[in-house]
Design a protein around this ligand. Sequence first.
Ligand code: OAD
Length: 242
Amino acid sequence: MTKDDLARAREWLAEAQSVTVLTGAGVSAESGIATFRGPGGVWEKVNPMELASSEGFRRDPRKVWAWYNARRRQLLEARPNPGHYALVELEKRVPCFGLITQNVDRLHQAAGSRNVVELHGNIWEVRCTGCGRLEDRTGVELPDEPHCDHCGAWLRPNVVWFGEELPSGAWRLAEEWTRRADVFLVVGTSAEVWPAAGLIYLAKDAGAKIIEINPEDTAATKVVDLALRGPSGQILPQIVPA
Ligand code: OAD
C-alpha cells in the first residue's frame, strides 16, 4: 500500500454521492474484541455449533448463556476505537451513507454512527424462545439462566446463529444500500460468511468502486478495486475526506 492508494481512496470517498460500508469483527479488534477466524480467533477455542446454533442452545442453554454472559461482560469494558470514529466522521461528509455490520457488539452505535443495519442482530437484546418478546438489556447483568418474565420460557440472545436466516428487514435495507453505492467499503471481514459476503459481489455487479481495509487478503480480495492493508483503526482515519 502506498501513499497514492490512500489518496485515491480519499478522493473516491470525497467524490461519492453514496457510500456504503460493510464491517466485520476486524473493525472491533483494536477495541480488544477477538475476531472469529484466524490465529487466536474465537472459533479456534470454542465450537460454534455448540455455542452459536439453535441445536446447541436446545442441548445446553446454560452453557450457551455462560459464554454470552462472559462476552457481554467483556463488552461492557470495550470502547470504540479510531476506526469506529472515522466511520462516524465519514457519515457526516457523504450525502448518502449506510453502514452494514455483521458485528453484534454495538460499538458503531456507541461511537455515534446513525444509519446502521445489524445483519447478525446484537448481543444486548434478548428474545423469548416462547412468546417471541424482544427486550433491550443493554449493559445489564443477566442471571445465569435468563427466563421470560411473561411466559417463563428461556430467553436467548437476539443474535443470528449458524443455520438461521438474517432478519428480513435488515437484509432488505442492506441490499438497497449496497445497490445504490458509488463506493463500497469492506472493513475487517474475512468475507467468508454468507449471505453477508454476497453484498460485496452485489456492489461489484451494481458498479460500485470497492475498497477493502484489512491487514490480510480475504475471500473477496480478487474483486476489490483497491486493497488497503493494515488495521482499520489506523487506515480509516487517513481516508476520511477533510
Ligand atoms: P472473521 O473473524 O471471519 O474475520 C475477521 C477479519 O478481520 C479477518 O479478515 C482479519 O484479517 C481482519 N482483521 C483482524 N484485525 C483487524 C484490524 N485491526 N483491522 C481490520 N481488519 C482486521 O470475522 P467476520 O468476517 O466478521 O457470525 O465474520 C463473519 C461472521 O462469522 C460473524 O458475524 C460471526 C462469525 O461466525 C455469527 O456469529 C452469525
